[in-house]
Design a protein around this ligand. Structure first.
Ligand SMILES: [Zn+2]
Length: 467
């Protein structure tokens, strides 16, 4: 561990250690402090409580922030930063900045909703319960967030330059390549979330040849995405449910997953593999906005695969659901329908109302299409729970439950091993973060065994000197 005040370049892990959420890495030298990613902890209560704990350094002492991508577990703590007095700049790719403009205010809105709920139920020791930050706090934080170009070194001052490199994963996702010249030259790559080599819509993660220190995710460190044809899988699920006259409920992350599902449905309809007259409801205002941003950046050739264009995320039978009234009316639909709604792990949002309405319906199908973090309702359902509580009310899930694991935006361990195999030399140290304990340990073992690299699995608040 680093000695305080020794003047070298240091790295402290303020999140995403032994868990997948709360990515926050403090990089500092004698004259300045930088934060790479500014993510919110999600899932278990003891993790969420860390969102309330003071950081080891006052935020006013942090010079700048660089965000790898817009997902809340990488960006959602930034409004707290600004609320606590951060007046530096946060930088990210242009699409990430745009996506944050919808994700962060929504996160503030959800914090407020949670606080109202906690007050009603008397969960909180505060009366009334306080939100971590509000919608307005999040909106106010956005003016401190600025885009920086791709692939060009950007000077943060104090001997630190950063370069953003396309990472796959979701629109705008980047690796943050840091060059530090104080006290001497070294490079660090914060890999954020790493995409896949066989993603449906996005290109493979960029190849990195060499780096002194690597901070890397391990979400799927012990898993391989099943080799299945996701088009056929969704085709079968939709046709089976439609024949029964049921609803296909898809809780989907507003950014990334929603657009992929629309793209898959579009392809299936075009090939007449599913009926094209079944209404598809996109019931997430944030998902609607994110889809607009995906369309706007459809020519981002460093993210999208060849053949993807604006039209790829549009359907003739797609209904955009804006108001709560329209959302409620979906619970009274007579015929079959496909409903895409948020949140992706069913921790909140409009999907819960649909789950209440159609979860008990044996004709309907709930399709989980993304990673479900431990402690969330989605994970409990995935693990076999068929009686869940929504808004304090017990709900029996008689609907079919399907899990399509193969459309993850994260590389599995084979993707990651492939990405690592393209390095010309081993990093001095590879720090494994952003994984549940078992996944991280499995990947650490694999990397040590195959490449003989020096792999470290840091713990919460661990601090190291990057010599
Ligand atoms: Zn992500």
């Amino acid at each position: 561990m680093a000695k305080k005040g020794s003047g070298g370049l240091k790295l402290q892990f303020l999140g995403a250690t032994e868990t997948v959420t709360g990515s926050k890495f403090l990089l500092y030298n004698a004259s300045a402090k930088f934060m790479i990613d500014c993510g919110l902890f999600q899932g278990f209560k003891e993790l969420r409580l860390r969102n309330w704990a003071p950081l080891p350094v006052p935020v006013v002492d942090i010079n700048s922030v660089v965000i790898t991508h817009a997902h809340i577990d990488h960006s959602g703590y930034f409004p707290v930063f600004v609320k606590q007095g951060f007046r530096g700049r946060a930088y990210a790719s242009a699409p990430t900045v745009e996506l944050c403009k919808i994700l962060l205010p929504d996160s503030g809105f959800l914090q407020e909703e949670d606080a109202v709920f906690a007050t009603k139920k008397g969960f909180s020791k505060h009366a009334p319960a306080l939100p971590l930050y509000t919608y307005s706090d999040a909106v106010a934080s956005l003016k401190y967030l600025a885009p920086i170009p791709n692939g060009k070194p950007f000077d943060l001052g104090h001997g630190i330059k950063v370069k953003l490199i396309p990472a796959g994963h979701i629109l705008g996702a980047r690796f943050v390549h840091v060059t530090s010249t104080i006290p001497s030259n070294r490079t660090i790559l914060f890999a954020g979330d790493i995409g896949r080599y066989d993603d449906i819509i996005s290109k493979a993660p960029s190849t990195v040849k060499e780096i002194d220190y690597l901070v890397m995710e391990s979400t799927y460190g012990d898993k391989m995405h099943p080799e299945e044809d996701v088009f056929s899988r969704l085709e079968k699920i939709i046709n089976k449910t439609v024949e029964r006259g049921g609803k296909v409920l898809i809780p989907a992350f507003a950014v990334g997953r929603t657009q992929e599902i629309i793209y898959i449905i579009k392809k299936l309809q075009a090939k007449k593999r599913i009926p094209s007259d079944i209404p598809v409801y996109l019931n997430t205002p944030m998902g609607i906005d994110a889809t607009q941003i995906y369309r706007k950046y459809a020519d981002e050739e460093n993210f999208f695969k060849h053949g993807i264009d604006e039209d790829s995320f549009q359907l003739p039978n797609l209904h955009l659901v804006h108001t709560q009234e329209e959302s409620k009316s979906l619970n009274l639909l007579a015929g079959p329908a496909i409903i895409l709604s948020a949140s992706g792990m069913m921790t909140g949002g409009r999907i819960l109302h649909h789950l209440k309405a159609y979860g008990p319906d044996a004709k309907s199908t709930l399709v989980l299409v993304g990673f479900q973090a431990a402690g969330t309702r989605g994970r409990n359902i995935l693990d076999g729970t068929r009686s869940i509580k929504i808004h304090g009310q017990p709900i029996a899930l008689n609907c079919d439950v399907e899990f399509i694991d193969s459309i993850s935006a994260h590389g599995d361990y084979e993707d990651i091993m492939q990405w690592l195999s393209l390095f010309n030399r081993p990093p001095k140290t590879t720090f494994l973060v952003h994984g549940e304990e078992k996944a991280t340990a499995a990947l650490a073992e694999r990397v040590r065994e195959k490449f003989h690299w020096n792999v470290v699995v840091p713990k919460y608040l661990d601090e190291v000197e990057l010599k």
